[in-house]
Design a protein around this ligand. Structure first.
Ligand code: NAD
Length: 489
């Protein structure tokens, strides 16, 4: 019986085929047990009329192997083409993006030689749902979606990753001082799940100061877990700080599917010249080996790669001669670099830290079932109604008295504009755009607000000529409000 792990490989565009060739040669020489199926993705597929760059037939392979080692592709500009990465991420529910950011000083120039951190970024939720609206002439809005299962999966993955990789500390970054419900949920779940991982040091930072610390003192961090948008930004900041953006590998992990790649793109400017650095893809492939339970081979490749870098055998992008203050010894092309790594298989670095993946669980990190939650009592207590309006808040409030009837069991509690309370007792200096939010709460708070009462109110507002932009029901959960108050309320 074959013990080889089936994987799907795509050679991509630009430098993709060159760096994939170099990577596969190293994996083969290291004894990786892989059963490789190849598919075509990228520019040629886009140009054949497939809008997302991957043909339906290629999904057969991906659905079979569920492990994808992908070289970078060129996304054609304009013409309604869709990002292949986003398509795969969404269709395969790849909820975690994992990006190690490591400094290789003095071999690669950096101001932060001690930097060795990993960013675990939530990959599916947040503002990346792409749910945006133009609500009026002047006002646009985007919806930030954060779910309990989404937070639980990424946070637990981050804790398991920290433990499996022998790391010691997990830092959670959110902006829950401002976004108390969405980012607050992420932070709460971090604390809740963290209680099960007493062996791991835990801390929470507000993302703005956290990002500043990553830029100035990256050595403070070990593993960082954060929401999608913050993770997107922090991982680029961190990659830049390592001094070697081109050396980054990344993985996108789902419950039963994972994709591994280099962080960089297809570099069309140097394609076909045999000078590209294959390191980003090699480091992505090492993450794949660890994920599929071949951590021993992953460590062998990683240590040989570190030794090659340490021996000063560098591709042009990181080569710095002695005269330039560097420590590079030999400038090599893609194929010679991979040959140098192969030559060093079985060796470990002398000054850079030797890598050991023996604590990684065989077969990759498996997450338990999501926690079951007690059903909370959900009671409708009001409604926010958005309207276009060209007058003042006081005028608007005055007109509502004609629309509200006692049987609606609703009273106008406040009006806000751009999230700031402007009625009652608005401040004259508050700038107002042309979209207003009216908050109606139950007049008799012992009684749940009925949908029919909200509809009756909206019907009266409609007859009075108001122009709706949005409405959102307000609920309490076990008596706790499931909505925030307006700024200044
Ligand atoms: P890029 O990362 O391809 O290149 C930026 C610069 O870095 C270029 O000067 C390039 O020569 C250099 N570079 C990149 N990788 C290198 C390597 N391995 N060795 C040596 N030098 C390297 O970014 P770009 O030029 O903005 O994008 C080019 C194409 O790649 C675009 O079509 C973009 O859409 C695509 N892209 C794809 C992915 C992906 O498939 N995951 C990611 C990013 C960009």
């Amino acid at each position: 019986m074959s013990t080889k792990t089936p994987i799907t490989v795509a050679r991509g565009d630009g430098i993709g085929p060159e760096i994939m060739d170099a990577t596969l040669k190293i994996l083969d020489a290291a004894g990786a047990q892989l059963d490789i199926e190849e598919i075509e993705i990228g520019e040629a597929v886009y140009k054949s009329g497939v809008a997302n760059g991957i043909a339906d037939s290629s999904w057969d392979s991906l659905n079979r192997t569920k492990i994808f080692l992908k070289a970078p592709i060129t996304t054609p500009q304009g013409g309604g083409f869709k990002s292949l990465n986003v398509t795969i991420r969404k269709q395969c529910s790849l909820f975690a993006n994992v990006r190690p950011c490591v400094a290789y000083a003095p071999y690669v120039e950096t101001h932060h030689p001690e930097m060795d951190l990993v960013i675990v970024r939530e990959n599916e939720e947040d503002l990346y749902g792409g749910i945006e609206y133009r609500q009026s002439q002047d006002v646009t809005a985007a919806l930030k979606i954060i779910t309990r299962p989404g937070c639980e999966r990424i946070v637990r993955y981050a804790f398991e990753y920290t433990r499996a990789n022998g790391r010691k500390k997990l830092t959670c970054m959110t902006k829950d001082n401002i976004m108390k419900i969405t980012d607050g949920l992420f932070h709460n779940i971090f604390d809740e799940i963290g209680a099960e991982y007493k062996d791991i040091e835990q801390e929470h930072m507000i993302v703005d100061i956290g990002t500043a610390k990553v830029a100035a003192h990256p050595e403070m961090f070990d593993v960082i877990v954060t929401l999608n948008l913050y993770g997107d930004i922090i991982s680029d900041v961190a990659a830049e700080v390592t001094g070697s953006v081109g050396l980054g590998g990344s993985s996108n992990i789902g419950s039963d599917f994972a994709m591994f790649e280099a962080v960089h793109g297809s570099a069309p400017d140097i394609a076909g010249q045999g000078i590209a650095n294959p390191s980003g893809l090699v480091l992505g492939a090492i993450q794949m080996l660890v994920h599929i339970g071949q951590g021993d081979v992953g460590a062998k490749v990683h240590n040989a790669w570190l030794k090659t870098i340490e021996d000063g055998i560098h591709t042009g992008d990181i080569y710095r001669s002695k005269e330039d203050g560097g420590v590079s010894k030999e400038k090599v092309g893609t194929a010679d670099f991979s040959a140098a790594v192969i030559e060093r298989l079985g060796q470990t670095p002398s000054t850079l830290k030797t890598v050991d993946y023996s604590s990684a669980p065989p077969g990759g990190i498996k997450l338990p079932e999501l926690k079951s939650q007690p059903e909370r009592t959900k009671v409708r207590v009001g409604v926010d109604i958005g309207i276009n309006w060209g007058g003042t808040a006081d005028e608007l409030a005055g007109l509502m008295s004609d629309c509200l009837l006692p049987e609606h069991n609703l009273k106008l509690q406040m009006i806000s504009n751009r999230g700031t309370k402007v009625w009652p007792d608005g401040k004259p200096g508050t700038f107002c755009a042309d979209n207003w939010r009216l908050r109606f709460m139950a007049e008799n708070d012992k009684e749940e607000v009925k949908t029919s009462q909200v509809l009756a109110l909206m019907n009266n507002m409609n007859e009075a000529g108001f122009n709706f932009t949005k409405s959102v029901m307000l609920h309490n959960f076990d008596g706790e409000p499931g909505f925030t108050v307006a700024q200044g309320e």
